[in-house]
Design a protein around this ligand. Sequence first.
Ligand code: FEO
Length: 169
Amino acid sequence: MDKKVHQLLNEQINKEFYSAYLYLDFSNYFKAQGLDGFANWYMIQAQEERDHAILFYTYLQNENMPVTLDAIGKPDKVFSCHMDVLKAGLEHEKYVTSLINDIYGAAYDVRDFRTMQFLDWFVKEQGEEETNANDLISKMDLFGSDPKSLYMLNQELSTRVYSAPSLVL
Ligand code: FEO
């Protein structure tokens, strides 16, 4: 495997674990605010990010490439309102999309078609993640200021259940 592609794939393990940690922090914020549905939604988001990390980890192992695990950064955002959290989620997903695109670009440059095929799933996944984050912002925009509607939205988000990723390596 090309050195740069390997390095970026290995770094992505850490980025995905950081994403899991970040969303766990979001979940923690909402739990403290008494919004268990939102807390549930971000807890499941954290589980999905952990899955993403393991997919990168497993892909490198399957390719007989070394894996190096690095320290995970501290989630240090301070939020002044619920909407801040949701917007930080969307910004983070846009950032992750740019990271996936960078790896894809590096793989493309060296005609690493296998890595490109592996990343195809993530390209699609990032589209869904950004849509989900945007939807949440729209709903909060519409209903967040009315306590009764916020309660209903919280109920809706409490129904999200975890499912394993559709990509199996
Ligand atoms: Fe692993 Fe939310 O992207």
